[in-house]
Design a protein around this ligand. Structure first.
Ligand code: GLY
Length: 365
């Protein structure tokens, strides 16, 4: 059942609401927007449980199954995102991920292992389809946390990863259409078809909790399509694209990385949970912080952001939640009730999306 915040708190039920949301007395509810929704109190999953971006639906099922058979939470989560990384039809990650403005696929990923409190990351790595596994190898085999560019690829080759062309015929066509339609006066023939509108900002984030409460988290992406070469987004930044604390929970993000980096979003969400917020409340608070930190050129006249951003969170006890900037988004969850998509809480109604020209670089899903 979904209820609006106005209904929920307007009926004089604040005290009962705090109790139902698992929020200790004294921890304020999210208040900046009248439009967010709480679909279930704390969305109580049992353990083990896995939450992910909606494109991780197959992945959460895989990760849950692995953990039910004793797998480590990070190994399980990475096996989950590997499905998307190796799927050429998912243009937001790995093989088939959309390239930068020069037609080169540059991938970002990071991971954290809760029980041992370790982390690994790679940024702008080329020719390796599974950057999540390279990030884990950085964590497992080096004294570093973050390798980028040519060094990251060299490391991956030394670790035995197989290089391959990550552009697929489809993603190459999408890039060529974008390139051709940039300028009506250049020497590329323009195309009047729906491919030219394809523009993605997708990512796959996955956060897993085992039956005993151990946590793993991972985020992988091809980043903003047509980005400047060398651009690194939020996904490989520990504390932005994903973060976990084995005593508290895990969180991650998809959407406009530039907005998330500025608020250290995944860290922020975990710290909000540490203070007593439910996973869903913590995600909503992060969105509010992101809006507050948004530069004027990316806000419309009502101060609504011209971009999208989503947070996903799971607490050590298995409660979970997700929130998107605008109404209508979904996330993937797997627990004893199976793998499914659920609806994200949100800050702004769908009808309140900014109208008029939107800068191409700000577009998201
Ligand atoms: N959140 C993915 C990116 O901005 O690269």
């Amino acid at each position: 059942m979904s209820i609006t915040r106005r209904d929920f708190f307007g009926a004089g039920a604040t005290a009962a609401a705090s109790f139902a949301l698992g929020r200790p007395a004294g921890v304020a509810p999210v208040t900046a927007s009248p439009f967010w929704r709480v679909s279930r109190a704390g969305r109580e999953a049992g353990r083990p449980a896995v939450i992910a971006s909606a494109n991780g639906l197959r992945g959460v099922a895989k990760a849950l199954d692995l953990m039910q058979h004793g797998a480590d939470p990070l190994d399980a989560a990475i096996a989950g995102v590997n499905i998307q990384e190796l799927d050429p039809t998912d243009h937001s990650v790995g093989l088939g991920g959309l390239p930068n403005e020069e037609g080169v696929v540059q991938l970002d990923a990071s991971c954290m292992h809760g029980p041992t409190r370790r982390a690994g990351a790679v940024g702008a790595i080329e020719d390796i389809a599974t950057p999540s596994l390279v990030a884990k190898a950085v964590m497992d085999y080096t004294d570093h946390i973050f390798l980028v560019g040519a060094g990251a690829k060299q490391f991956a080759l030394e670790m035995g990863f197989t290089p391959q062309d990550l552009l697929t015929p489809e993603s190459r066509q999408m890039w060529l259409r974008w390139k051709a339609n940039l300028n009506p006066n250049d020497n590329w023939l323009d195309h009047d078809d729906d491919v030219k509108g394809a523009y993605t900002h997708g990512t796959c984030n996955m956060n897993a909790v085992t039956a005993s409460g151990d946590i793993g988290s991972v985020t992988t992406t091809s980043g903003t399509s047509w980005k400047l070469p060398g651009r690194v987004g939020d996904s490989p930044i520990i504390g932005a694209g994903q973060y976990n604390d084995n005593d508290v929970g895990a969180a991650g993000s998809t959407g406009r990385g530039e907005a998330n980096i500025k608020i250290c979003g995944a860290f922020f969400v975990v710290e909000q949970m540490r203070l007593g917020a439910t996973p869903e409340e913590a995600c909503l608070r992060a969105l509010q912080r992101a809006v507050a930190m948004t530069e004027a050129r990316l806000l419309d006249t009502r101060k609504h952001p011209r971009y999208d951003l989503t947070y996903y969170a799971i607490a050590k006890d298995g409660r979970y939640g997700s929130a998107n900037m605008y109404e209508g988004a979904q996330f993937a969850i797997a627990d004893a009730a199976g793998a499914r998509l659920e609806t994200c809480a949100y800050l702004f109604k769908r009808d309140d999306r900014p109208t008029g020209p939107v800068p191409a670089h700000a577009l998201t899903h």
